[in-house]
Write a new protein. Structure first.
Length: 228
């Protein structure tokens, strides 16, 4: 379930947006303290932000710039200020789309859905495996980590290792099973080859904050665990 943060000064509009998007299965949080938008962004960890331009304390451009210092989460600006200058400014500050008030909620939802699909490479049911907010894309052999809005490309062996572990849903997968999955047609693969591939994959995961995703059960095999 995708999390959406609404940064909108008009409580009525914010409420309407929240109720409508929740009907579509999204989790929606509305900013209450406009002096601390970043604090709420960090604690909620949204996958998409709806950002008004005219806000108390600092405008939406400022907060978009602050978010872009730490995250590439998709941002859609919503504003009645729809002249070319504001649209250009929104894009230059890192916005991904612009919706003009007053807007149709169906149009807004369609833009949200399309942007999430592009941002997180979601294609169709059954093409993504999920474990605690970490998504394994079966179509292009990539891994998506929503918490930090990171995406990494996987080699064929790295993908097969993760696919086997994801399919086990947290259960322990033996080394023999992994070796059979990776090298079914090669009977004499050195056991150390799996270790080399596993270590390389773990280093790649650590670079995006997932150093604890793959756990070892000594003498048995591997399983998914740790924080994500």
């Amino acid at each position: 379930m995708y999390r959406i943060l609404v940064v909108e000064d008009d409580a009525v509009i914010a409420g309407q947006i929240g109720k409508y998007l929740e009907k579509w299965g999204y989790e929606v949080e509305t900013v209450k303290d406009f002096a601390d938008v970043m604090g709420q962004f960090a604690s909620y960890e949204p996958q998409l932000v709806l950002m008004d331009i005219g806000l108390p304390f600092y405008n939406g451009y400022y907060w978009c710039g602050e978010i872009r210092k730490i995250s590439q989460v998709p941002i859609i600006f919503i504003s009645s200020a729809s002249d070319n200058m504001n649209v250009v400014m929104a894009v230059n500050m890192g916005g991904d789309d612009f919706v003009t008030k007053p807007f149709d909620l169906e149009i807004l939802q369609a833009k949200v859905q399309a942007l999430l699909r592009r941002a997180y490479a979601f294609t169709a049911p059954g093409t993504v495996l999920e474990y605690r907010g970490v998504l394994l894309n079966m179509t292009d052999m990539s891994l998506l980590y929503h918490k930090k809005n990171c995406r990494i490309e996987l080699t064929k062996n790295e993908f097969r290792i993760l696919q086997t572990l994801f399919e086990a849903s947290g259960g322990v997968v033996s080394r023999d099973m992994l070796m059979k999955r990776l090298w079914d047609d090669e009977c004499f693969v050195d056991d150390n080859t799996l270790t080399v591939n596993m270590n390389r994959l773990r280093r790649k995961l650590a670079e995006i904050g997932l150093s604890q995703l793959i756990q070892t059960k000594k003498g048995v095999g591997y399983f998914l665990g740790g924080e994500s």
